[in-house]
Every structure is written in C-alpha cells, then in structure tokens.
Design a protein around this ligand. Structure first.
Ligand SMILES: Nc1ncnc2c1ncn2[C@@H]1O[C@H](COP(=O)(O)OP(=O)(O)OP(=O)(O)O)[C@@H](O)[C@H]1O
Ligand SMILES: O=c1ccn([C@@H]2O[C@H](COP(=O)(O)O)[C@@H](O)[C@H]2O)c(=O)[nH]1
Length: 236
C-alpha cells in the first residue's frame, strides 16, 4: 500500500543529461519514465515539475550581461522543452500524460488551469507542469512547492543528483554528512542550498513535506512512495 496517494515529483533537469554534457539522454529519460510508470501502476496520482538546467546551463554563457528577467524566460522555455520530451517519453511507454504551461504558448502546450489539472490527476493521467511558476526570479523548486500546494499533493519529492540533504554540498565537501530528516527552519538557518529558500519557506508555511532523494538510484522513487527510508525528509 503506497504511503502517498498524490505526489508532486520535482525532477532535476540536469539529471536528464545522463553522462552527456547537456541536453536529454535517451536512455536516462526512458529509465526515469519507467520508474514513474511503476508508481502510477500502484495507483498513485503523479504531477511533475521538471527543471531546465540541462538546457539552460548550456546556453547560459549567452545570457551573461542580459536582462535578468529575459534570461529567466529563456530558462522557463528550457523547462517547456524538457516537459515536452518527458510527456512524449511517457506516451511511448504507455502512460497518458498532459503537459500544462504556466506561460501562454498555446500552439505547443495547453495552459495551466488548476481544475483541469485536478481532473487529469483524478483520471490517472500524469500531469507535467511546464514553465515553472511563469515568473522570473523564481526556480522550478519554487514551482514544485507552489503546484504541490495548489493540487493538494501530500509531499514534494525532489529527485536530484544527490541522495539527500547534507551538512554541506556533498559535491564540494567530501566530509559532509547526510541528514535522515531536518526541519525547514534548520535547513534555511544553515543555508543548505539543495533547494532554494523560497521553496522551503512555501512548503513550511503550507505544511507540505519534502523528501530529497537521488534520481540515479534505481527503485528509489518506488521506495519513497512506499514510505521506506530513502534520502532526507524535510518537515515542519
Ligand atoms: N547541503 C546540501 N545537501 C545536498 N545537496 C546540496 C547541498 N548544498 C548544495 N547542494 C547541491 O544542490 C544540488 C541540487 O539542487 P539543484 O537545484 O542544483 O538541482 P536541481 O534543481 O535538481 O537541478 P536543475 O536545476 O537541473 O533542475 C545538488 O546537485 C547538490 O550538489
Ligand atoms: O518559475 C520559474 C522557474 C524557472 N525560471 C528560470 O528557469 C531556469 C531553470 O530552472 P531551474 O529551476 O534552475 O532548473 C531558472 O534558473 C530560471 O532562470 C524562472 O525564472 N522562474
């Protein structure tokens, strides 16, 4: 029996690169989709927010000196590309998915309309929220917190490149220790950068727990959904 009935899964854009330097690695996206398909077969309603780091960081050099808001819109468009790729891979794997965008781009993606998203979830379709919050100066972590709260998700699952929240960035500090659980207030007070402070604060205020785990660990998503001890729980 799954521990959660409705989840908001935040997927790292950079994780889609696999071993490539940028973009979307086919084998990686197929594997991630299979893991998502497995939890939908358990009857869990799945909404997804995907980052844009795999595309946006590749073009970020061109955004140096640019107006910040314009660069951020480029980043949001990168998440639309990832969302389309993910939606397509879902359909190929036999999972019905709907992509909804926070910015108007109607010839390509339907707009985000909350009641429609809720209807899709109740029908068992995977909903992919593209274009972040639709606003510059935010991130897709904040979009995950926002959409998670809006759709009444029980938890935000941040599937990323590291297997939890550490005392320091484990990619820079080999002596960093992983927390099994940590409060939002402590994570913010210690300025742990695994998720941005806006996202942490929104989740804290809405009493929406976050579990951070590694997308590279096979079966981790299923274990998290089944309530097994995996990664780090961030809580009120
Ligand atoms: N205290 C910490 N604990 C764990 N990870 C940390 C910490 N501080 C910094 N990080 C870094 O945070 C990263 C995860 O967050 P980040 O926002 O960069 O990725 P993402 O949102 O998953 O990716 P993308 O932007 O491509 O969607 C990890 O790769 C890790 O190196
Ligand atoms: O609500 C949002 C979400 C994203 N952005 C911009 O997109 C990039 C990519 O998102 P990541 O979360 O870093 O993967 C981000 O750096 C922002 O530039 C945004 O402006 N608003």
């Amino acid at each position: 029996m799954p521990a959660h009935q409705r989840i908001l899964l935040k997927l790292s854009g950079e994780a889609l690169m696999g071993d490539d330097a940028f973009g979307i690695n086919r084998a990686t996206i197929v594997r991630i989709v299979e893991e998502v398909a497995e939890v939908t077969r358990l009857g869990v309603q799945v909404a997804i927010v995907i980052g844009g780091g795999n595309i946006f960081r590749g073009v970020a050099g061109g955004s140096v000196g640019m107006d910040r808001a314009t660069a951020d819109y480029m980043g949001m468009l990168a998440t639309v590309m990832n969302s389309l790729a993910l939606g397509d891979a879902m359909e190929r794997a036999g999972v019905t998915a709907r992509v909804m965008s926070a910015i108007a781009i109607e010839q390509v993606v339907e707009p985000y309309v909350r009641p429609k998203a809720l209807q899709y979830l109740e029908e068992g379709k995977v909903v992919i929220f593209a274009a972040g919050t639709g606003n510059p100066f935010f991130t897709t972590d904040t979009a995950a917190a926002l959409r998670g709260a809006e759709i009444g998700a029980e938890i935000v699952l941040k599937a990323t490149k590291v297997d939890g929240v550490y005392t320091a960035d484990p990619k820079k500090d080999a002596s960093a220790k992983r927390y099994q659980s940590i409060s939002f207030d402590e994570a913010m007070a210690r300025q742990l950068q695994v998720m941005d402070a806006t996202a942490f604060a929104l989740c804290r205020d809405q009493n929406l727990p976050v579990r951070v785990f590694s997308i590279f660990k096979p079966g981790a998503l299923r274990r998290v959904v089944m309530g097994e001890d995996e990664g780090t729980l961030v809580h009120v």
